[in-house]
Design a protein around this ligand. Structure first.
Ligand SMILES: *Cc1c(COP(=O)(O)O)cnc(C)c1O
Length: 386
């Protein structure tokens, strides 16, 4: 059994992908070929966002979004410590400081109350106790928020957006895991000032290499990011107007995505079916907590993550599943504030107790559109007898 089965999907669209790639070999526009605007238009239509820009990866999408806001040394961006490294890495890469706020224990997404406490603490206002990075003499200036739609479930955007508005902060959606998800009828990608997604092969919509996209309704931000994507280009080809990066998506990856996008709506349904099947098969198993989806949300189930009772219990469960050749994974075993790369921020164990506890208990089981009922029954049987 595979954790994410990309072969079954490829079999469905192989000949179409081959034809599209052959077409690129013929026209030879490997960089910014006609596949790029075609894909961007389709992604805009799917999400209902005005501007979509293909880019080289989800990490570059986040980086370019922060660059569009001019983030640099002396700035602070709020985010969750329970996410993939890239979310906070890009903040640090620009010389700014990630300020973490703990997660909601049910959704694993940033807790709006903790977020507001962090914003207030950084502004020197009275707030609930909230750990801040580094020494307290020179605090960075609050600039924005990156909310993450972890495992494909959108963050609590109504509350997060109102905090952003109240304190004059920009809001970026890290939708790397949530393309295809919905929040009160709005698609992931359309939930913040700028959204960033990833087309890494294992994401809900993946290509056959690295890729990503940026989404925004703002003409001004779109224009800036379009320039940043190609070395800060301006109207004159050799007079660059800002510092940018080489952040383009390849034509061949766009071609793969165009083929995959044509079956994506059906795959969304298959993912929901598989998740519902897990929910009923696994209901009532003692000492195992199933994922919760709050009202108005539609997760895209990038991961189906369960909570064991504690770390030992998790190890036992993983071992049993492994003996039956069922793969599992742990996202994420170490929250960001405790990772070596961020040691200089000065956070400590105990600063974000919910993220820390969840990181000891969480594990994910196979999840993809082509997961069979038989496989799910087998997994459930082992978990039940565990
Ligand atoms: C995958 C991922 C990224 C980075 O995307 P890449 O395409 O791998 O660069 C960023 N944030 C989150 C939450 C992710 O899961």
């Amino acid at each position: 059994m595979q954790f994410i089965d990309l072969t079954a999907q490829q079999q469905r669209i192989r000949s179409e992908i081959e034809e599209r790639i052959r077409n690129i070999l013929d026209h030879g526009k490997y960089i910014m070929g006609p596949e790029i605007p075609e894909l961007e238009k389709k992604l805009a239509a799917y999400t209902g966002v005005r501007h979509v820009l293909g880019c080289a990866s989800g990490t570059d999408a986040l980086l370019m979004a922060l660059m569009a806001y001019g983030i640099g040394p002396g700035d602070a961006v709020f985010t969750t410590p329970f996410t993939f490294i890239a979310t906070a890495e890009v903040i640090r890469l620009l010389g700014a400081v990630p300020v973490f706020a703990d997660i909601d224990p049910l959704t694993f997404n940033i807790d709006p109350e903790k977020l507001e406490a962090a914003v207030k603490a950084l502004r020197g206002e009275k707030s609930d106790p909230c750990p801040l990075p580094g020494k307290t003499e020179e605090l960075p200036a609050a600039k924005g928020i990156i909310a993450v739609d972890l495992f494909g479930l959108p963050a609590e955007y109504r509350s997060v957006r109102s905090i952003a508005q109240k304190y004059g902060l920009f809001l970026i959606e890290d939708a790397a895991q949530s393309f295809g998800a919905e929040y009160h009828g709005t698609k992931a990608g359309a939930l913040a000032d700028i959204a960033c997604t990833s087309f890494f092969p294992a994401k809900p919509l993946g290509c056959y290499g690295d890729g990503g996209a940026l989404f925004t309704d703002s003409d001004e931000l779109a224009e800036k990011m379009r320039s940043i994507r190609v070395h800060g280009s301006g109207p004159h080809k050799y007079d660059n107007i800002r510092i940018g990066i080489n952040g383009r998506l390849d034509s061949i990856q766009a071609a793969v995505l165009l083929s995959k996008l044509s079956i994506f709506p059906e795959e969304v349904k298959l993912r929901h079916q598989a998740a519902q099947r897990y929910s009923s098969l696994l209901a009532g198993i003692p000492n195992l907590r199933l994922p919760s989806v709050t009202g108005g949300m539609k997760s895209i189930w990038a991961q189906y993550s369960l909570l064991a009772e504690n770390e030992n219990h998790r190890t036992e469960i993983q071992k049993k599943l492994q003996e039956a050749q069922i793969p599992t994974a742990i996202y994420y075993p170490i929250p960001l504030h405790l990772q070596s790369a961020f040691a200089d921020l000065g956070y400590r164990e105990g600063d974000f107790p919910i993220s820390e506890e969840i990181s000891r208990r969480i594990f994910s089981i196979p999840m993809h559109p082509y997961l069979t009922k038989e496989s799910q029954e087998k997994i459930a049987e082992i978990l039940r007898t565990g």
